[in-house]
Design a protein around this ligand. Structure first.
Ligand code: SF4
Length: 321
């Protein structure tokens, strides 16, 4: 894949594309680089500095502020690491980080401080670890974005996972349906569709998209979800509550209906994890809870995401409502 064809890696180029004056924004000096897929950028309103999708990916100078309580390992990933890139926090489930690559760099990401490594021996190490961990019944592919792996790397990961008898479920956490759908679509370029189909034929495939705002959904995401539904995947979504992006009951309600319209059920609404450089995205708990009351009243129960926070050391996500 030619990177320039699919991504913006320079803010200057993004500003030019969005018809924004470059001098208007002071940017962060974070080592977490700027990156956004052209597909995601195409959904940002041109000329609008306050567009919620732009806010998600713009490295603003607020990231430079050191804020008390915000750290590089906000949810205890380091403590939970069993092997490099293999984490176990919850009973029977393991989360793996097979790649540091993403299709966009979300400025609020709690893994932004982690230096995920590219580990060429990852698949072998995973196979050995799984063989010694028969209690693991669900494997969660996270990252980075697991669907950013090459077809070859993803296929070998899937092959190993499918051979593990105790594994019943493979869950995938990804933003690709809204940022690089071609990697999932049946006839897309370098698509993982066949591998996903293989998973769904052998185990339970749970596909968890990460969509934060209704404007992220479009005809391509609709097609992705329809094709995944056809192969029998369970479709869920997780959202992060973000100031300036989705911090209004109307937006959250619209998001739930829009997801449902594309065949996806809202699963979690995450209160922001306190990673270094993300404090400007935080919605205080009191405000968030008031908002969630309104969201709950406006939606049927099956469209209300569980409002949760991850707390280091707890055995499950902590419900806030
Ligand atoms: S891991 Fe997910 S939330 Fe974090 S930058 Fe990548 S795509 Fe965004």
């Amino acid at each position: 894949m030619n990177k320039a064809d699919s991504f913006f890696t320079s803010l200057k180029d993004l500003y030019a594309y969005l018809e924004l004056p470059p001098a208007d924004i002071k940017v962060s000096n974070s080592s977490f680089s700027f990156l956004v897929s052209r597909h995601f950028a195409s959904k940002i309103q041109k000329g609008d500095l306050n567009d919620p999708l732009l806010h998600e990916i713009l490295p603003r100078e607020e990231e430079n502020l050191a804020v008390e309580g915000f750290s590089d390992d906000p949810v205890g990933d380091l403590e939970s690491e069993k092997e490099p890139g293999i984490l176990q926090k919850y009973e029977g489930r393991a989360l793996i980080e097979p790649t540091p690559a993403c299709s966009l760099h979300c400025r609020f990401c709690f893994r932004r401080g982690e230096n995920l490594r590219v580990n060429t021996k990852f698949v072998e190490e995973l196979e050995a670890w799984l063989a010694g961990s028969p209690e693991i019944h669900e494997l969660i592919l996270s990252g980075g974005d697991p669907l950013m792996l090459s077809q070859k790397a993803f296929n070998s990961l899937v092959q190993i996972a499918l051979q593990q008898e105790p594994l019943r479920t493979i869950r995938i956490h990804t933003r690709l349906p809204i940022s690089l759908p071609s990697r999932i679509l049946k006839n897309g370029k370098d698509s993982h569709f066949e591998a996903l189909q293989k998973i769904a034929q052998t185990k339970k495939l749970v596909f968890v998209s990460h969509v934060d705002h209704p404007n992220e959904l479009d005809e391509s995401s609709k097609k992705v979800f329809a094709e995944l539904k056809e192969i029998g995947a369970t479709l869920l979504n997780q959202t992060t509550l973000l100031k300036g992006v989705n911090d209004s009951p109307a937006t959250l309600v619209e998001l739930s209906f829009a997801l449902f319209n594309q065949g996806v059920l809202p699963y979690y609404l995450h209160q922001l994890d306190h990673a270094t450089g993300v404090a400007h995205f935080e919605v205080p708990d009191t405000e968030a809870l008031e908002m969630m009351e309104k969201v709950r009243n406006a939606l049927p129960g099956y469209l209300v995401p569980r409002f949760v926070r991850e707390i280091t050391g707890e055995k499950s996500k902590h419900p806030l409502l």
